[in-house]
Write a protein that binds this ligand. Structure first.
Ligand SMILES: *[C@@H]1O[C@H](CO)[C@@H](O)[C@H](O)[C@H]1NC(C)=O
Ligand SMILES: *[C@@H]1O[C@H](CO)[C@@H](O)[C@H](O)[C@H]1NC(C)=O
Ligand SMILES: *[C@@H]1O[C@H](CO)[C@@H](O)[C@H](O)[C@H]1NC(C)=O
Length: 394
């Protein structure tokens, strides 16, 4: 095993499934190929309470980081785009899962943004394009951002996740791996990113500390086993490096009456706002009407012991988040386990957390705003009944 490169990521594994640069048919010496796989919301310790023989094996033969600290804010698109660009969120500009326009008040869901170049192309080149500019062939399979053009250049092969795409169909997972293997062998792609929406979806739906989450981790492990099998079958073992990573973790949301939940309507009038992005997990942003900005800020500043409120200019620099022009004037986040709710408690089972100390920048994520289209489900757990908003696309 000859490890080419180590990236430290969330619950990550890097395995070099091989060693030496090989001469291809055309006689041109080329380097190794790279497959980057992301399992959304795979918390750093999800492989520690479930048997994961294939992941364990990979870790033994390759390299494994204990955890990674994701960027703030820990949402799918912003965090994945940091992985693929190597830049902070305030530098690459993909500041949320939703694209929005504060003039039209329009919000675009995660899925809707995937084909929107204007959301992704902010002057920072993702690795696909850098590789292509070096004469390599790059492809994206469902990876966030792969559907955009960058400085006019598309990723040469890109599949964008369809609306209504099932997150957890194991057969489809394997088919996707087969497709990617053919890209490497039949079409000589050098770099492919492959994205799966699990275990994030299951984590949101049932919570991270549930048997459902454990089961989806077992499914991921079987899929990794399948991957290793087909790498051998396609004779890619000596030329393909594989990185398995994730974008953020998850934690259980605390509920009333155990705690006092954060409900902004208790402190401000929504009529004083021009635009907001809240009810989206542990993080929110608001744009007050100009004459109300100071009043809204003061009303929120010390409103709730577990709600952190900042003006954009005073947002902690170490988050490397707030400098981007798209960020709204007032930012809010809840302490770990708290959602930032607007008018009603939109309870979500889980929100994001990643490294072990649970510091604030691991808070974030959760479900989607979509008012009329939200699906509500009542889920029983050991102690409480939770009402959960299942992420749905608008
Ligand atoms: C990318 O650019 C091509 C033309 O080069 C265009 O046909 C395509 O629609 C663009 N795609 C996106 C998502 O903007
Ligand atoms: C993205 O664009 C492709 C090609 O035009 C289209 O088939 C697909 O439906 C679009 N997907 C989304 C999520 O908008
Ligand atoms: C899962 O995916 C396979 C292959 O794409 C498909 O044939 C099957 O119908 C899917 N199963 C479900 C339950 O959607």
């Amino acid at each position: 095993m000859n490890i080419q490169k180590v990236l430290a990521l969330n619950a990550i594994l890097l395995t070099a499934v091989g060693g030496h640069p090989v001469a291809h048919n055309d006689g041109k010496a080329k380097g190794h190929k790279l497959l980057l796989i992301s399992f959304d919301g795979f918390r750093w310790d999800y492989d520690q309470d479930v048997e994961t023989p294939n992941l364990d094996n990979l870790a033994k033969e390759g390299v494994k980081a204990k955890y990674i600290t994701p960027p703030f804010v820990t949402m799918t698109s912003p965090s994945h785009f940091t992985t693929i660009t190597g830049r902070w969120i305030e530098d690459h500009g993909v500041i949320h899962n939703m694209m929005f326009n504060t003039d039209t008040l329009r919000k675009y869901s995660y899925k809707e943004t995937q084909n929107k170049t204007e959301w992704w192309d902010n002057g920072v080149l993702p690795l696909w394009i850098t590789a292509q500019n070096q004469g390599k062939k790059a492809a994206s399979f469902h990876y966030p951002g792969g559907g955009g053009n960058f400085s006019g250049q598309p990723v040469s092969r890109s599949l964008v996740e369809a609306f209504g795409h099932p997150d957890s169909n194991e057969t489809e997972w394997r088919e996707n791996i087969d497709i990617v293997m053919n890209w490497f062998t039949k079409e000589d792609f050098d770099f492919v990113t492959l994205y799966y929406g699990e275990p994030d979806n299951t984590g949101h739906k049932f919570g991270p500390e549930t048997k459902e989450r454990k089961e989806i981790v077992r499914q991921i492990d079987r899929t990794v086993g399948y991957l290793l099998e087909v790498i051998e079958k396609h004779h890619l073992k000596d030329i393909l490096n594989v990185i398995i990573t994730s974008d953020h973790g998850m934690t259980t949301v605390k509920k009333s009456p155990e705690v006092e939940e954060i409900l902004l309507a208790n402190y401000i009038k929504f009529a004083d706002l021009k635009f907001d992005i809240i009810d989206y997990g542990g993080f929110g942003m608001i744009l007050p009407k100009p004459e109300k900005e100071e009043e809204v800020y003061q009303a929120l500043k010390n409103a709730h012991p577990h709600l952190k409120v900042f003006r954009k200019e005073e947002f902690p620099e170490h988050f490397h988040y707030a400098k981007h022009g798209r960020v709204l004037p007032i930012l809010l986040y809840g302490d770990l386990g708290y959602s930032v709710n607007g008018g009603v408690t939109v309870c979500t089972c889980a929100c994001a957390k990643s490294s072990e100390n649970g510091i604030a920048h691991n808070v974030g994520l959760v479900s989607y705003l979509g008012s009329a289209k939200l699906e509500l489900e009542l889920l029983g757990t050991d102690q409480h009944a939770y009402i959960c908003i299942i992420p749905v696309e608008q």
